[in-house]
Design a protein around this ligand. Structure first.
Ligand SMILES: [Ca+2]
Ligand SMILES: [Ca+2]
Ligand SMILES: [Ca+2]
Ligand SMILES: [Ca+2]
Length: 450
């Protein structure tokens, strides 16, 4: 009897043990291998089979490779447009502007335009973001041992897969910068071209063109007050932007270096802000803060000014790019809300062997609400190492109002373009890395950030 009990107990233990060793049922998820997401998509296309009348392949290549400042990439009606104001800088004849299009994912050469031949397309501004109309500023070529012929402000319109050009300026000038805004408050976008020398009247270095209802432009320099035309003040860049949060935009002019042949040291300033004065019915010099920040050094000249509220205090600030002897950099100037701008410690500076750029764009690339900066670079050992292109160095990230480095994983191997510019295409951050080749072909690298 006792043995039977033990046996039953034994069986119970065994069965318990058996139950214990039954593996639990686990619903394991199916194994999914997630490939690492590349931070970018690179598409390289070589455009061939075209020629620019009267120019040899090597000259076309040179024109493409020096065009940096004036090159634009944009999209309208599912067509991408690449405009290259081919630039030779120092020689005649001027090379025509080139137009390439990307339709159904295929890049092709569209045309060349001798009516938009530029000595150097220095700058551009979009005057109609829907119709995609732009104005380029051309400084003209810098010829050796002869007077410089200067250039024009050139309007470009987009229609289907075509573009057309027309000159809007009345006198040839060394147009170094251009900006757009409604300066006379009639609802039409106007433009101001900043020149560094002109065949006409100087007008503070600022030539204003107001837009007419039929889309043409009329020179209108009486928006300024002649009593503000004093000193030998040169300018390098212009920005039309509402800085005070009222109904009228202000006009900002950035200083350009010191030239003892026509200036006195006390002509040095930094930025001048002209604001609309309703008593005078004109734009008056409103802020003249003197040579502060990087402008303390005499050779510093403004290459580009853009505006955004970098510290998100509700007041629009300035980002000012300057160049000088073996130097290029940007300084952020904060606005106290009354248009008093002060240089901040948010500074970026490079020697030419490190990184060379002239222009930049303000883009909130990480979408955190703080505006960031991306440089348009063409040389320097931080940007180009061996056969790779380190685009990370072009990013200047805003961390809650403090600018700093950023690594977006855009160190791209086996790519040797002449320069890199950033654009928003299809609402995606797109770097355009271009190269003109000696055989007359053009290599287009589109780097879309994922
Ligand atoms: Ca207007
Ligand atoms: Ca204003
Ligand atoms: Ca601010
Ligand atoms: Ca940001």
């Amino acid at each position: 009897m006792k043995k039977t009990l033990y046996f039953i107990l034994f069986l119970l233990i065994i069965s318990c043990k058996k139950e214990l060793v039954v593996p639990p049922i686990i619903n394991e998820p199916p194994v999914v291998v997630v490939p690492p997401t590349s931070p970018y998509t690179l598409t390289t296309t070589v455009i061939s089979g075209f020629n620019v009348p009267n120019f040899t392949n090597d000259v076309v290549a040179k024109g493409v490779n020096l065009a940096i400042s004036g090159v634009i990439l944009y999209q309208k009606d599912n067509i991408e447009h690449l405009i290259i104001p081919a630039t030779l800088f120092y020689t005649y004849p001027l090379i025509p502007t080139l137009h390439l299009t990307k339709i159904d994912n295929n890049w092709s050469y569209e045309n060349s335009y001798s009516d938009a031949s530029m000595g150097c397309g220095r700058d551009y501004t979009c005057i109609d973001t829907t119709k995609k109309s732009w104005i380029f500023s051309d400084s003209g070529p810098e010829l050796d041992n002869q007077p410089w012929p200067f250039g024009n402000l050139i309007l470009m319109k987009t229609e289907g897969n075509k573009v057309s050009f027309s000159n809007i300026s009345t006198v040839k000038s060394y147009y170094h910068s251009v900006s757009s805004g409604d300066i006379n408050n009639d609802g039409l976008i106007d433009v101001i071209g900043l020149h560094m020398g002109t065949k006409g009247n100087n007008y503070l270095g600022l030539h204003s063109y107001t837009q007419n209802s039929n889309g043409s432009f009329t020179e209108n320099n009486n928006i300024f007050d002649p009593s503000d035309f004093f000193g030998g003040r040169a300018g390098g860049a212009v920005l039309i932007q509402d800085l005070y949060g009222d109904s009228r935009p202000e006009i900002v002019r950035g200083d350009y270096g010191f030239n003892s042949t026509f200036q006195k040291p006390n002509d040095r300033y930094s930025v001048n802000i002209f604001s609309y004065n309703s008593t005078f019915g004109k734009y008056k010099l409103d802020k003249d803060p003197g040579p502060l920040g990087m402008f303390k050094i005499n050779d510093r000249g403004t290459t580009s000014i853009k505006a955004a509220d970098f510290n998100k205090d509700g007041n629009i600030d300035l980002a000012i790019a300057t160049e000088g002897t073996n130097y290029n950099g940007i300084e952020i100037w904060f606005n106290d809300g009354k248009g008093n701008f002060t240089p901040s410690n948010n500074k970026l500076d490079y020697t030419f062997d490190q990184l060379q750029f002239r222009e930049f764009d303000i883009i909130d690339f990480d979408k955190d609400g703080y505006p960031d900066i991306i440089l348009h670079g063409w040389s320097g050992n931080l940007l180009k190492t061996g056969n790779s292109l380190n685009i990370n160095k072009l990013f200047w990230k805003n961390n809650n109002g403090v600018m700093g480095d950023y690594n977006k994983g855009l160190d791209i191997p086996k790519i040797t373009p002449s320069y890199v510019k950033v654009f928003k295409v299809n609402n995606k951050l797109t770097f355009l890395a271009l190269k003109g080749n000696l055989d007359g072909t053009i290599t287009i690298n589109e780097i879309v950030v994922n």
